[in-house]
Design a binder for this molecule. Structure first.
Ligand SMILES: NC(=O)c1ccc[n+]([C@@H]2O[C@H](COP(=O)([O-])OP(=O)(O)OC[C@H]3O[C@@H](n4cnc5c(N)ncnc54)[C@H](O)[C@@H]3O)[C@@H](O)[C@H]2O)c1
Length: 302
């Protein structure tokens, strides 16, 4: 089997998901976070997600034990220096990501691939803080990573063929589907999706409809699996704001300016699921309306 040691920096929603998916497909993973509490939370989330996948028959029980033992967790970023591929998944903030890339450049051998899971930040702005931009690439995984197979692969003008091909091979090993995007703010998905979420928040803010009805309208009327506000809660409202800011800065277009209500929620720490409260309340394990919400069955004669 294609053998690659994987490092993941940032053990939040995405870092833990990437580590879990990679380990599920047999890769050894070193998962790093600056914060011990985040590593503990990541471990819990991975265990819960694996249990759910076993329950649904997606993976077999005996794989579960291997998965967690394949993920080594640490707060010491130097631990990724033995990885062949390092995927950065810290918060969506340019300066923070640039600092991480400068550090990775120092500690990783020159043949290691440096990838970022950024949702929107042009990859060149990270590649250019390194002395080896040919080994830098964007791998934009989707949330939740263990469940959604799509990855947007973003090459800069300087990404080498060898870097790109090794990443495609790695993603294929993990049964991921890939699409390629040019290095443009928000790439494909978030350039389309995030303005729609912002617009949904504007509809809520202007009192046109309740959060519940906005989501029910979009799920039932447009066949989306979950409504835009529940999706914003899943992504994290801070991340949604950061993506809008990148789009706004990149295109200088008013339509990407974050809606004031969204900014208010972030200031109030209503960040969505990760804070148990966003547009919807998750404190009692309640689930917002989605295509999975069961309807009572009706008998009809035809
Ligand atoms: N949330 C989503 O739906 C989603 C989807 C695709 C991509 N992304 C992207 O993935 C990245 C991570 O997003 P997330 O939702 O997992 O964020 P998150 O807030 O859940 O997690 C970020 C983690 O990074 C850690 N961190 C911060 N600085 C660090 C450092 N210097 N060293 C090590 N760890 C550090 C934090 O402690 C935190 O645990 C962002 O770039 C985001 O845009 C997010």
């Amino acid at each position: 089997m294609f053998n690659l040691r994987v490092g993941v920096v940032g053990a939040g929603i995405m870092g833990a998901g990437i580590a879990q998916r990679a380990a599920t497909f047999g890769f050894s993973v070193t998962l790093v976070d600056k914060d011990d509490a985040c590593l503990h939370a990541a471990e819990k989330r991975m265990a819960k997600s694996l249990d759910k996948m076993v329950e649904k028959g997606i993976i077999l029980k005996d794989i579960e034990y291997d998965v967690l033992t394949l993920v080594a967790m640490t707060t010491d970023i130097k631990a990724v220096s033995s990885s062949d591929l390092v995927i950065e998944a810290v918060n969506e903030n340019l300066e923070l990501k640039q600092k991480v890339f400068m550090k990775l450049e120092q500690i990783c051998p020159s043949n290691a691939i440096l990838a970022t899971n950024t949702s929107s930040i042009p990859i060149a702005s990270l590649a250019n803080v390194t002395r080896s931009p040919q080994r830098v690439v964007g791998l934009h995984f989707m949330n939740p990573v263990p469940v959604i197979p799509l990855v947007e692969v973003i090459r800069t003008d300087q990404t080498s063929d060898a870097t790109f091909e090794a990443c495609i091979e790695f993603l294929e090993e993990m049964q991921c589907e890939t699409v390629q995007s040019k290095d443009s703010p928000g790439f494909i998905i978030n350039r389309i999706l995030i303005p729609m979420i912002n617009e949904a928040v504007k509809v809520l803010e202007s009192g046109v409809a309740s959060a519940e009805d906005i989501d029910r309208a979009m799920v039932l009327g447009t066949k989306q699996p979950m409504g835009p506000l529940a999706l914003a809660d899943l992504i994290g409202l801070d991340t949604v704001v950061h993506i809008l800011e990148t789009l706004y800065a990149g295109f200088n277009d008013e339509r990407y300016r974050p809606c004031p209500l969204l900014l208010d929620y972030v200031r109030g720490n209503r960040l969505g699921r990760k804070a148990s409260h966003g547009f919807f309340d998750y404190r009692d394990d309640a689930e917002p309306f989605s295509c999975l919400t069961p309807y009572p069955k009706r008998r009809v004669s035809i």
